[in-house]
Design a protein around this ligand. Structure first.
Ligand SMILES: C[S@@+](CC[C@H](N)C(=O)[O-])C[C@H]1O[C@@H](n2cnc3c(N)ncnc32)[C@H](O)[C@@H]1O
Length: 246
């Protein structure tokens, strides 16, 4: 749906089915990726963040998080985490950090934060005494509030003041008919999914200082018309927000 060659016949068949049902799904997928670029750019360029912990990385697309961050400061350090071994195999092949900065890939699970934070590759790459941006892009909608909220709190608890949470999460608020289709397709494939209202997404930022403009639909989060057309509300299915740990 994002283009590129890193996909399999089963992915293409699933994507074709979704595109046939919802022609706007390609634009929606691009918008979901583009907000990550804008969040990382703002974290690096405006908030001075040089360390990123990205959980639920997914198969790499260009530009990936480290390219955006290291494009602003080549010394930036990034740890990618995913629990899908196929994702990590592709990530190791396709992603390369700059010589000054570092990029590490960890096969790990968001649901095991203590194990993740103790991972030697993570520890060698990130200095947890200095601010880190925890980026959870399109991940928490696979988990209930009961599971996801304490996990995010635990991860943020291990990061020093000045760290950030960058989060985007699926919603049915803006495109309810399409969201119902997407949710049904995930369920049919045996994948638990939880679409959230704005207020529910805001709960992930409890105790954090919300960066402007707060939790908003991804097309409204610091849109950058120079980077491509800004989709209308009816074409996006996620909220995004950035919060600073005081
Ligand atoms: C929808 S993709 C999002 C990819 C990327 N962050 C993006 O926005 O383009 C979700 C990713 O999260 C990973 N994932 C799902 N549950 C996870 C978990 N419990 N721990 C780590 N990764 C997980 C999946 O393998 C998948 O690669």
């Amino acid at each position: 749906m994002l283009g590129g060659k890193t996909n399999f016949a089963a992915d293409r068949a699933a994507a074709d089915k979704i595109i046939a049902e919802w022609p706007g799904s390609r634009a929606s997928a691009s918008a979901a990726r583009a907000v990550m670029h804008r969040m990382v750019r703002r974290l690096a360029a405006v908030h001075g963040i040089r360390q990123f912990l990205d959980i639920g990385t997914g198969i790499p697309t260009t530009p990936n998080l480290h390219e955006v961050a290291q494009g602003i400061d080549s010394a930036s350090r990034i740890v990618y985490v995913d629990n899908d071994p196929i994702v990590l195999a592709h990530a190791r092949t396709l992603l390369a950090g700059t010589s000054q900065g570092r990029t590490a890939y960890v096969e790990g699970d968001f649901r095991e934060p203590a194990k993740l934070l103790a991972d030697p590759a993570l520890r060698q790459t990130l200095d947890l005494d200095r601010p880190v941006a925890l980026t959870l892009i399109n991940l928490v909608h696979f988990l209930s509030d009961e599971t996801a909220l304490p996990l995010v709190a635990e991860l943020l608890g291990a990061l020093p003041p000045g760290s950030y949470l960058a989060l985007s999460a699926g919603t049915a608020d803006s495109a309810p008919a399409w969201a119902a289709i997407a949710s049904r397709r995930y369920s049919e494939a045996g994948i638990e999914n939880h679409l959230r209202t704005r207020a529910q997404v805001e709960r992930f930022f409890a105790g954090l200082e919300l960066d402007e403009p707060g939790v908003v639909l991804i097309n409204r989060w610091h849109p950058d018309p120079a980077a491509g057309p800004v989709p209308p509300d009816g074409e996006v299915m996620a909220y995004a927000g950035l919060g600073r740990k005081p």
